[in-house]
Design a protein around this ligand. Structure first.
Ligand code: AHR
Length: 500
């Protein structure tokens, strides 16, 4: 017999408007993300600019609102001027971060064209490792200034008279990490980021800037790094970043499926840090969080210094995603909605081949399990996030103690007058019968119910068998007065779409 649970929903109990930028991505010059991922002129799927049409189509379906580029650790050794202008004059360079050869065939303007094709906003990073604050400011001038001065004119000479109007800018990448090229201590980075941000904004008052926060919640410098750099740069930046990669190294699926506890605690601590710094600085300015690298990543780890063997587009960290990974991704996105008052940007790392929802060979493409929860959230979550109350049975985990078997978030959009409800059943064995209790208004109809489920947490999609872990439409429950009842299978993610 299935266990019972109740989810209470009330459209008046609003957490915050949902920032569409929570459904963003990340594309680094790393492995086969750019080359062979999105850009592959000799693929049978390439368009006139060398972009993979099949990949563009799949990325459009994910509806990324922004994509962060060009790194990642690559960013901290990148000279942006290498990647603009006539392709035959661009230098080949050694990329020290991933020990690969960077041909620079793809750079700033190619990325802008790619973004236009999938209707997403570019989110550029500036190099705070080997780069100077002047280089950072020059790139903003190159992208955003009207013609008439050196770097804007350089852009025009490359075929782009009109400014690109790039709004979102990351001031460096993971500068707290000793692995980062040009890694800095917190006061050094805080001061450099502040000065870079000042110059960048003086070129364009409309840009939004993201400061580098902790690379993960296990960093020895966390959360002191965050407090320090925020104190230096508070008034000059708009967002503070956090990164995290989750893993199931111990093959402890019960704990892995409860990872939202860790994600929520990480956001909670940084939220407290933002409040502390704002109060200490007696500031009226607000800074929000940008979770600009997040994903499951533990199976395809690298041993540093032996990564790319100096090849072009080597196979690096091509993680294969299974059912349990997709359920962790789904609850991560539940956390985005539950924390939507402070979390305004989130970039799934990465987009193609490198720890990605999409894999490619020269002539084929595969959607991995994590593709589906991302697609459903990106498509259905809009308007405001609702503060749902959940009564569910608990189970015990080694890492997080007792946890509810259900992980839930919901949204309500006034424009469409509909709910979206997202539910993960973490149980590996039990179905759960859930009463959806519509506390204020019951919907007129439950339009669609999408579900991803399976019996084997390790099952993954393959080129031969691409539909092993996908979301499918299942029967909508009926509405009986103020309740609808739905039974959720074990190891499942369900997305419910209603009309009020
Ligand atoms: O996404 C892979 C790498 O993970 C990024 O380059 C870096 O920022 C992080 O450590």
């Amino acid at each position: 017999m299935a266990s019972k649970a109740t989810i209470y929903l009330d459209t008046n109990r609003v957490i915050s408007p949902i920032s569409p930028l929570l459904f963003s991505g990340f594309a680094e010059h790393m492995g086969r993300m750019i080359y062979e991922g999105i850009y592959e002129p000799d693929s049978p799927h390439a368009d006139e600019n060398g972009l993979r049409k099949d990949v563009l189509e799949a990325l459009r379906e994910l509806n990324y609102r922004a994509i962060r580029y060009p790194g990642g650790n690559f960013l901290s050794g990148y000279r942006w001027e290498d990647g603009v202008g006539p392709k035959d004059q661009r230098p080949k360079r050694r990329d020290l971060a991933w020990q690969s050869t960077e041909t620079n065939e793809f750079g700033t303007n190619e990325f802008i064209e790619f973004c236009k094709k999938i209707k997403t906003e570019p989110m550029f990073g500036v190099n705070m490792g080997t780069g100077t604050i002047q280089d950072a400011a020059n790139l903003v001038e190159y992208c955003n200034a009207p013609v008439g001065t050196k770097y804007a004119d350089l852009r025009a000479s490359h075929g782009y008279k009109e400014p690109h109007k790039v709004k979102y800018w990351c001031v460096g990448n993971e500068m707290d990490g000793p692995w980062q090229i040009g890694h800095l201590d917190a006061p050094e980075y805080g001061a450099k980021a502040r000065e870079a941000a000042k110059m960048m904004r003086w070129h364009d008052r409309d840009i939004k800037l993201v400061l580098c926060g902790s690379s993960n919640s296990q960093m020895p410098t966390y959360p002191e790094w965050d407090r320090t750099v925020l104190e230096y740069a508070w008034e000059n930046i708009d967002y503070h970043s956090l990164h995290y990669y989750a893993g199931n190294n111990e093959n402890d699926t019960a704990s892995f499926l409860a990872m939202s506890a860790e994600f929520e605690a990480f956001v909670g601590t940084l939220e407290g840090t933002l409040r502390y710094v704002k109060a200490k600085r007696r500031s009226k300015h607000d800074v929000y969080l940008s979770w600009d690298e997040w994903n499951v990543w533990y199976k395809a780890r690298l041993v540093h210094d032996v990564e790319g063997g100096w090849g072009k587009a080597p196979h690096l960290i091509e993680e294969i995603y299974n059912l349990e990974d997709a359920l962790v991704v789904a609850q991560w996105m539940n956390v985005f909605l539950r924390k939507s008052d402070v979390l305004k940007i989130a970039c799934l790392a990465q987009a193609v081949n490198v720890i990605a929802p999409i894999l490619t060979t020269k002539d084929a493409m595969l959607k991995q399990s994590i593709y589906y929860p991302f697609m459903l959230f990106s498509k259905l979550a809009s308007g405001t996030a609702l503060d749902v109350a959940v009564k569910a049975p608990e189970y015990n985990t080694k890492l997080f103690g007792d946890m509810p078997l259900l992980d839930v978030s919901a949204s309500y959009d006034e424009a469409t007058n509909g709910h979206a409800i997202f539910i993960v059943n973490r149980s590996q064995t039990e179905s759960i019968t859930v009463d959806l209790n519509w506390q204020d208004r019951a919907p007129k109809s439950i339009n669609n119910v999408y579900q991803l489920a399976g019996t084997d947490p390790k099952l993954a999609n393959t080129y031969e068998s691409p539909n092993n872990v996908i979301s499918v439409k299942v029967a909508s429950p009926t509405i009986n007065g103020k309740t609808s009842t739905i039974t959720l299978p074990p190891l499942s993610f369900t997305a419910i779409e209603t009309s009020l």
